[in-house]
Design a protein. Structure first.
Length: 76
């Protein structure tokens, strides 16, 4: 299963460009005793946001793939 999953090419929003509203939407699902941890994690995530500072990159939705697996597929 892990090998099959490593060959996936997934198109989804990058953590480096996810709008804050999407992270805030998770707030209601965090247990009360973990809210502080979640707030710290959101601050950490926000510090990693850089895609919106480079307009030429366009939308934050990008293709993710495992480079080694992609090379193996091509070699076969």
């Amino acid at each position: 299963m892990a090998e099959a999953l490593s060959r996936l090419i997934v198109h989804h929003v990058s953590e480096w460009g996810t709008p804050q509203a999407q992270w805030d939407a998770i707030d209601a699902h965090i247990p009360p005793n973990r809210k502080g941890d979640w707030q710290q994690e959101k601050q950490r995530i926000q510090s990693l946001q850089w895609r919106n500072k480079v307009p030429a990159l366009g939308e934050p939705k990008i293709h993710h793939f495992h480079p080694i697996s992609a090379t193996e597929i091509k070699a076969r």
